[in-house]
Design a protein around this ligand. Structure first.
Ligand SMILES: *[C@@H]1O[C@H](CO)[C@@H](O)[C@H](O)[C@H]1NC(C)=O
Length: 728
């Protein structure tokens, strides 16, 4: 242990020769007892000295270093290595002729020493970096241009105060650290970043290989003392190649995320500074697959949508895979367009680039039942890793904002990976890019909330927040226009639909009234049931990142009425062939397409300026919540509504009898068997919390069973009751 640490210090510019007891092996200790005792005394003293030096110079877990060394620890503070060995100045000796790189300035490949790294690293080792899990984020730079680009980002991140921000200089440039800061207009008072000068001696003269090795060596020390959770560097296209190589190797070795800020996008990526270390360390985890379902005659919209996808901003992010489901008849121009479509859209000259586009084409020409249509759509995606693989469902009416992927990435990282994740993020079904303008049933004016409606006191400060500005919100309603659905929710929906279909085919079931407008695809109705049973909601932005076009909108084929039929027979005649596959009662009149407000997308600006609250994402419990019918909900009311819906669903759809339906069940991850009583499936009752739920549940069933089949109305009356409770 001692020797390891000492040798580390030796590399860091200290020497340990002085503390090693001198040894003269020729002297026989047995024949000269006095000298032997004297030697032993000296040895003991030397060991004590060693321990003393160790305790004083090497950080241990004895307490904060500033107390022990009497050195004030504050960000931006760099202690001069006075007393220690001085770094040599001037050029190192020029090697004899015959060297490859001789003649250039980069000829030196002697031993590597770090004279300036020890002080700043020792200053943090015991406080910020002691634990492998911490809040340290490292910005690493080599070239001075990259330093200039990343420094404002680092200072901004430090200002948000969610992470301890460090910046290490690892390049060849000889400019002293203080001068680099001054040139970039950074004052240590305003910018609370911990700066580390990790350049080796003679770095200016290093050969390419020595420069690379010295970066690897410096990164080892930094990793040992700091355990950075994520490392941020400039685009590898603009950084020094030896630096990129060393950083990639070391980041892989230590298992750290190495995030490259795309060249020149320092401002465009400022939203990243609002993320905490938990989110940043998981930067590369989320995967998004795009799923476009193109109904017949939607080619115009499809091309417009794909064009917006192609021209979106993907720099620095993983480009999603794209799956397009084509109808039986594809128009000629759409076929032409898809033939030339190059996905992913990167200007990569490599001929071995792999296409990430999948086309699926429908064979049957007959109209699908709502059940078939739902199954078809849901089966076109399944997450490989449920925590990390998500699906973005897009309708051909949509046209995306160029920043859609940055937004999704930002929101996923914040709500799914933050180290301070709240339990409510488990109730998040997904992220919509749209702001609805009508209610779920397709009628009325849905009024999105403003900042004044946010339940958290924090946002009521009129001096800071414009109370009339639009606010993001949670809505317990599904949408298929432009919605990302999290992998685990999608997998649960698969499980739910398996049970749901088995239940509705197991015998005659009461059909429930459809709540979602018939202008929306059928699978949303099933998703709504699951959302209500689980209390999930969808996050909507304050301002949409998608334009929904009306001129090409149409009704999903599963709900298209055949024109020839008499109005009275509309419900039965066209659906006769698969009546058992229509689980919901549709309206007697054909659905009318309602205009979606075509909200103007904002002028291009960085994401953090586009979002409210200075680009900071509010905590989920601070957001307004809407029930599926548009009523505003408080958290307790939402839980109550869920607990009241569960027994109703189990009895009306899940084939449970009344006593079974009202008992609490054990909920398994990704599974929904607790919502059903199907033959052959064992019922696992949750005996611990059984008592409390039973009474209310039974009461609810009594109340709603009169209006059998109309879960909607039951829900409505309950909301009113919940509201009264809240006021009381
Ligand atoms: C649609 O839903 C809204 C909100 O729940 C309700 O006020 C309205 O009456 C409903 N319209 C129809 C036609 O059911």
């Amino acid at each position: 242990m001692h020797s390891r640490v000492l040798s580390k210090d030796e590399e860091l510019g200290k020497r340990d020769d002085d503390f090693k007891p001198k040894r003269s092996p020729t002297v026989s200790t047995l024949t000269q007892p006095w000298r032997w005792r004297k030697r032993r005394m000296f040895t003991v003293i030397a060991v004590m000295l060693l321990v003393y030096v160790f305790v004083h110079n090497i950080p241990t877990d004895l307490g904060p270093i500033d107390q022990r060394v009497g050195m004030p620890l504050r960000p931006g503070h760099v202690v001069d290595a006075t007393g220690g060995p001085q770094e040599p100045s001037g050029a190192p000796p020029i090697p004899s002729v015959g060297r490859e790189e001789a003649g250039t300035q980069h000829y030196y490949d002697g031993p590597i020493k770090f004279y300036k790294l020890a002080t700043s690293l020792h200053g943090i080792a015991n406080t910020l970096g002691a634990r492998p899990q911490n809040r340290n984020i490292l910005f690493a730079v080599s070239s001075l241009q990259s330093a200039a680009g990343l420094m404002p980002m680092a200072c901004e991140m430090a200002k948000w105060d969610r992470n301890y921000v460090h910046m290490a200089f690892l390049g060849r440039d000889p400019l002293p650290l203080d001068d680099i800061l001054e040139v970039n207009g950074v004052s240590r008072g305003d910018c609370t970043v911990y700066f580390h000068d990790a350049r080796a001696d003679y770095s200016e003269y290093s050969t390419e290989q020595r420069a690379e090795v010295s970066i690897a060596g410096a990164m080892k020390h930094i990793n040992d003392f700091m355990h950075p959770q994520a490392i941020i560097m400039d685009d590898s296209k603009v950084e020094d190649t030896f630096f990129t190589r060393a950083m990639r190797n070391k980041a892989r070795e230590y298992g750290r995320s190495l995030i490259e800020v795309p060249a020149g996008q320092y401002e465009g990526f400022l939203w990243m500074t609002r993320l905490d270390s938990g989110s940043l360390s998981n930067w590369f985890k989320p995967n998004i697959d795009i799923l476009i379902h193109a109904p017949p005659d939607s080619s115009g919209g499809l091309i417009r949508l794909v064009k917006s996808l192609e021209s979106a901003d993907y720099a620095g992010l993983k480009i999603p895979k794209l799956t397009i489901e084509l109808p039986t008849d594809v128009e000629h121009f759409a076929q032409e367009y898809l033939r030339d479509l190059d996905w992913p859209p990167i200007a990569d000259p490599s001929p071995v680039k792999q296409s990430a586009l999948t086309l699926r084409h429908r064979i049957p020409t007959s109209r699908l039942s709502s059940e078939q249509a739902s199954v078809r759509l849901l089966e076109s995606f399944y997450p490989r890793v449920t925590e990390h693989n998500h699906v973005l469902v897009l309708s051909p009416q949509a046209e995306l904002s160029p920043l859609y992927l940055q937004y999704l990435h930002y929101v996923i990282l914040e709500y799914k990976y933050s180290s301070y994740g709240s339990p409510s993020s488990d109730d998040l079904l997904g992220i919509s890019l749209d702001v609805p303008s009508a209610f779920l049933n397709g009628s009325g004016d849905f009024l999105p909330p403003v900042t004044a409606d946010m339940p958290a006191e924090k946002y009521k400060d009129i001096a800071i927040y414009n109370q009339n500005a639009a606010a993001p919100f949670l809505y317990q309603a599904p949408s298929a226009t432009a919605s990302l659905i999290f992998g685990e929710k999608w997998a649960t929906l698969h499980d739910f639909l398996s049970h749901r279909l088995a239940a509705s085919h197991a015998g005659k079931t009461e059909k429930t009234k459809k709540l979602v407008s018939e202008t929306e695809p059928a699978w949303l109705e099933y998703l709504l049931e699951l959302m209500r049973a689980r209390g999930w909601s969808m996050l909507h932005p304050a301002a949409p990142l998608v334009t929904i076009h009306n001129e090409l909108s149409h009704i999903p084929e599963e709900y298209v009425r055949e024109k020839s039929t008499n109005r009275k027979d509309v419900e039965t005649v066209p659906e006769l062939e698969h009546l058992e596959e229509e689980a919901f009662l549709t309206a007697s009149a054909p659905p009318a397409v309602v205009e979606h407000a075509e909200r103007q997308q904002q002028t291009p600006q960085p994401l953090h300026e586009m979002l409210p609250f200075d680009g900071d994402l509010p905590e989920l419990p601070h957001l307004p919540v809407f029930y599926h019918n548009g009523d505003v909900l408080t958290a307790p009311a939402a839980t109550m509504l869920m607990n009241e819906y569960l027994p109703v669903f189990r009895q009306q759809v899940g084939r449970c009898d009344r006593p079974q339906a009202s008992r609490k069940r054990v909920v398994h991850e990704l599974a929904t068997d607790d919502l059903f009583c199907l033959p052959g499936v064992e019922l696992e009752f949750d005996s611990e919390s059984d008592e409390s739920g039973e009474e209310t549940a039974r009461a609810v069933i009594e109340k709603t069973s009169d209006a059998a089949g109309h879960v909607a109305e039951g829900g409505g009356s309950v909301v009113a009751q919940a509201k009264v409770d809240d006021e009381g």
